[in-house]
Design a protein around this ligand. Sequence first.
Ligand code: FE2
Length: 419
Amino acid sequence: MTKQLNAVVNARLQDQKGLYRLEISNGRFSAIATQSETTTAKEGELDAGGNLVTPAFVEPHIHLDAAMTAGEPRWNKSGTLFEGIECWSERKTTLSHDDVINRATQTLKLFAAHGIQYVRTHVDVTDPKLTALKAMLEVREQTAGFVDLQIVAFPQEGIWSFRNGRELMEEAIRLGADVVGGIPHFEFTRDYGAESVRWLMELAHKNDRLVDVHCDEIDDPESRFLEVLAAEALRLDYGSRVSASHTCAMGSYNDAYCSRLFRLLKKSGLRFLSMPTESLHLQGRFDSYPKRRGITRVPELLDAGLKVAFGQDSIRDPWYPMGNGNMLRTLDVGLHACHMLGMSQIERSLELITDNAAAALDLKEYGIAEGLLARCIVQQGRTPYEVLLGQQPVIASVRDGELLVHREPAKVQGGLLLQ
Ligand code: FE2
């Protein structure tokens, strides 16, 4: 198989009947045509084998600077977000440029093997030397052949609550971070939290940057920085460029408050990112029984017409010791935790790790259509349901017409995977 393709054949497309041939020229889809029957792939053609072909996966929320550091210098014994931050602040003192580059690149290669071609990473900028940020800017250049990487200037220990927090954020943006981050629920006071949100929104607006705030990542129903973020996004008419990550507290809000809040959220058009594996692990830690799931109101947000995507958040770091780069695992957990296993929800579920995440990243060119960059993955299964049942790694990942990943499919009989 040559690496540069001129077509993907025997492709099944979501919401379409039959098989398709996707022509590629100059790295773009040049024609998409139905096939009357299964065809034999010729030289330069990739045989999708009747499996589902979708746009590449998008990982909208990960921390690559902390990836693969679980247990260093110690394990997070309590399993709380706050002990995770303590462990990380100890590990952070030993960070080096090469250390960050090696772990981030290793993780991005793992993601690429699972069909992820777009990644948004938060990078901790509460470090006077900005070691991780400077390394990640290099990683963004070095890995551009297989991933589009967005970098968030993320103030892990606060903007108002960390010495020179504002200056470090401004410097990170000046150096080239794509996205302005925040962590209002972790600031020392409620006032600091609200002020930090107003300030970071102005910073993003002034510098024409996207926004992605760790917002209300706590089970406290009094943590209500989402309303501040949404109101600022509305005021600046910036909602489609602003992501609210986590919003775990919404799982603890009362319904009367949510009813008022949703009016604002719909007007603002914010994007929502939920990290179900991480939140199930970190939240509910201060509850006895019943224990809360600590996950935002995903189906309700979707029903309100808002874009919600799932992310992994961590790969073997101080907050979460697990993770393998397979977005289908994250999706499966999220659908379970959010009571979203109705068949109509399953059929639409891949949007949570493709289109909706692409909207959060404000990607200008994403999807399978004539004229767009020829980026797609061949999943294992003919329908989203079969793909989710198997949770197998992608058969292929194509980027600008080049075959990045190709592996033998699992054996299937009658639509069922044989183990
Ligand atoms: Fe995060």
